[in-house]
Design a protein around this ligand. Structure first.
Ligand SMILES: Cc1cc2nc3c(=O)[nH]c(=O)nc-3n(C[C@H](O)[C@H](O)[C@H](O)COP(=O)(O)OP(=O)(O)OC[C@H]3O[C@@H](n4cnc5c(N)ncnc54)[C@H](O)[C@@H]3O)c2cc1C
Length: 386
């Protein structure tokens, strides 16, 4: 067992550091304040080949694993928080469902454009009336000749303001109480704004990356844009859920490490009662405990990623990593604001932005409670509780 980075992973992170160096705090603060998508950052990531890190070389990717993608997203989040991570997150994990379940022809048609950043995608799963109970989602897709006609509503669809493509899950058959996951189908298709009314949600943080309500009215999807087989979409979705939890855990650790570095620097510089505030153990200990917890979460997410890359089950580890990283990140961000005192509340010191953004890995893509429900059931053998 070796938790050290390989020489290749180290040089990958060196190259990434160079790409990220041009995006400073002022850039991210400006994106957040004005609510504009970090276009220059997205283009730099595409030009550097980072969007295809975990996709095969035959589609323009680098052919690396989710482990490398997680290491990358940790650094991306350390640089620009969720404003940076969410700008590219979908391009990194979303295509895994297409790769695993789409036809060769579909992969050739879709993946090179995603890798090159020519196509931006959004992922529409969550619905207003079903929440985390995904098998009860109500958006319907009805086959009509060479098309499916889709009607329904989605909510919390991130990047739908700028996306060209939508990955959408909808019900194509009535819910079977015995097999509730059957009858859901996955589509990857053009986002037709004539049939989908995309309305932005005014939210707590990450103003640079939009999140939306979708009102879908007779949206025509070509049958050729159905991924895999009709009715098996939920199974396909599961394929990308563990990578998503691993990446979001990495992002939470990255945000936490950024907040921790800012708090530690401030604690060394700020003098009150004629000494640096960092000399007080009441300031030191929570920061040191945060360091320990963030690094423990990092190990768990790397374990989940290495299992995934080895083709082994990793659901317990991926959920545990997302839980641990979000808890540690949340505590560290709160402590960072407290360490900076009043200045922690000032936007120019950046920790308030990280505190607002760490709430996202806490809530999504699965809540802390549901992550624990999974661990309780699968690791401890407790009865399913939901
Ligand atoms: C900024 C942001 C971006 C997002 N982006 C996307 C996106 O791009 N695409 C997408 O599809 N979704 C997206 N989401 C949605 C996100 O994945 C959901 O918010 C999340 O899955 C929770 O669903 P919900 O909000 O409907 O919560 P609900 O299902 O309504 O749950 C509310 C609360 O009740 C708790 N709860 C419910 N049932 C149980 C139970 N049995 N036991 C214990 N606790 C329970 C939950 O844990 C949660 O705390 C995003 C959300 C946010 C905030």
């Amino acid at each position: 067992m070796d938790y050290n980075l390989t020489p290749d992973q180290r040089s990958m992170l060196d190259a990434l550091a160079q790409s990220l160096a041009t995006f400073d705090d002022a850039y991210w603060l400006d994106c957040d304040t004005r609510g504009v998508f970090p276009e220059r950052f997205f283009e730099a990531m595409a030009a550097g080949g980072w969007l295809g890190i975990a996709l095969p070389e035959q589609y323009g990717g680098s052919g690396l694993g989710v482990t490398e993608a997680a290491l990358m997203m940790l650094e991306v989040a350390r640089c620009g928080g969720m404003s940076a991570a969410s700008a590219i997150h979908m391009n990194i994990f979303g295509p895994r469902s297409l790769l695993a379940n789409g036809s060769q022809q579909q992969c050739e048609r879709w993946l090179p454009d995603i890798v090159a950043g020519r196509v931006r995608m959004c992922f529409a799963v969550t619905e207003p009336n079903t929440g985390l109970d995904t098998t009860r989602l109500q958006t319907r897709a009805v086959r009509d000749g060479e098309h499916y006609v889709v009607n329904g509503r989605k909510v919390w669809t991130s990047t739908a303001q700028i996306a060209d493509k939508i990955m959408l899950i909808a019900r194509t058959a009535e819910r079977d109480e015995e097999k509730p996951a059957n009858g859901l189908s996955l589509f990857f298709t053009d986002l037709d704004r004539g049939a989908i009314d995309v309305r932005v949600i005014d939210k707590m943080g990450r103003k640079a990356v939009d999140t939306n309500e979708l009102f879908i009215d007779n949206f025509m999807i070509p049958a050729a844009d159905l991924v895999g087989r009709e009715g098996e979409g939920f199974k396909y979705l599961l394929h990308s859920l563990n990578p998503e939890r691993i990446l979001i855990a990495a992002e939470a650790v990255g945000i936490g490490l950024s907040a921790l570095a800012r708090a530690s620097r401030y604690a060394c510089e700020r003098e009150v009662f004629e000494r640096p505030i960092g000399m007080n153990q009441a300031i030191q200990h929570p920061l040191a405990a945060g360091w320990a917890r963030l690094h423990a979460a990092r190990l768990m997410l790397l374990q989940a990623a290495s299992l995934y890359d080895a083709g082994k089950p990793c659901g317990v580890e991926a959920n545990a990593a997302k839980y641990l990283a979000a808890e540690a990140g949340m505590d560290v961000c709160r402590q960072a604001v407290a360490t900076l005192g009043g200045m922690g509340y000032a936007r120019e010191f950046h920790v308030e932005r990280l505190y607002r953004e760490i709430m996202i890995p806490y809530l999504a893509p699965v809540s802390q409670q549901l992550a624990l429900c999974y661990v309780a059931e699968r690791a401890l053998g407790l009865p399913k509780s939901y």
